[in-house]
Design a protein around this ligand. Structure first.
Ligand code: PGA
Length: 254
């Protein structure tokens, strides 16, 4: 399948995998995906496995991502990790504003925007997550919520930075629930997000931004989702924890 933008599929391992388990997983993925060139593939282990995974994928086409970072560059922020620390392990991507962090750590759009700017300042590519809850969808507020999150979480980025940013549309009701958005719901949301990007930045910039879909992506639904014109990849949680599933998602997307 030829797409306007190169697909980017990232595995968000969340709080899973010890170092030994992480190495098993990436070594398996390296074998399975050795010849894949058509898709940018990234794995996002927990911080504790970044160093080992980084070394293990040095000679491969897999790229490394982190799941969060601080908006600050250094200092008295107990428990936080800054961009320079991620750079030490050749991290390229960083997931920001995942719905679990919005929910449990109360991350706001303004905070996520600060993190995105800090990521770019260190030449890390942010994957900025947006998405509505079930209550918001049922109340007909999906577009309004997406617009607020897109405008707020990407505030202050230059056009050049926006092009190097990935947006992940993850309807909260589809994350880890086995419920996937229909391809039409995904396409509609992605097209809407691209429209907002065109308003905030410009048309040419919006056309270059890759928008991933996330929420119960599996080998069985990847092809149809990736076939939508505005779906440029996937952010995969549960199904990224097993070699077979994640490799098949990528193979089925090509
Ligand atoms: P899921 O998670 O694939 O397990 O639904 C997606 C995500 O939270 O990024």
């Amino acid at each position: 399948m030829t797409k306007e933008r190169k697909l980017i599929i990232a595995g968000n391992w969340k709080m899973n995998k010890t170092v030994a388990e992480a190495l098993d997983l990436v070594n398996g993925l390296k074998r399975e995906l050795a010849t894949v060139k058509e898709v940018d593939v990234a794995v996002c282990p927990p911080f504790t496995a970044l160093e080992s995974v980084s070394k293990a994928i040095l000679d491969s086409n897999l790229r490394l991502g982190a799941q969060n970072m601080s908006e600050n560059n250094y200092g008295a922020f107990t428990g936080e990790i800054c961009a320079a620390m991620l750079k030490e392990f050749c991290v390229r991507y960083v997931i920001l504003g995942h719905s679990e962090r919005r929910q449990y750590q109360k991350e706001s759009d303004a905070l996520i925007a600060k993190k995105a700017l800090a990521a770019h300042a260190a030449s890390l590519k942010p994957i900025v997550c947006v998405g509505e809850t079930l209550a918001e969808r049922e109340a007909g507020q999906t577009n309004q919520v997406l617009e607020t999150q897109v405008r707020g979480s990407l505030a202050g980025l230059s056009k050049e930075q926006m092009v190097e940013t990935v947006v992940a549309y993850e309807p909260v009701w589809a994350i880890g629930t086995g419920k996937t958005a229909t391809t039409q719901q995904a396409q509609d949301a992605h097209a809407f997000i691209r429209g907002v990007l065109a308003q905030v930045f410009d048309d040419a910039t919006a056309k270059k931004v890759r928008i991933q879909y996330g929420g119960s992506v599996k080998p069985g639904n990847a092809r149809e989702l990736m076939g939508q014109p505005d779906v440029d990849g996937a952010l995969v949680g549960g199904a990224s924890l097993a070699v077979r599933d994640f490799a098949d998602i990528i193979k089925n997307s090509i």
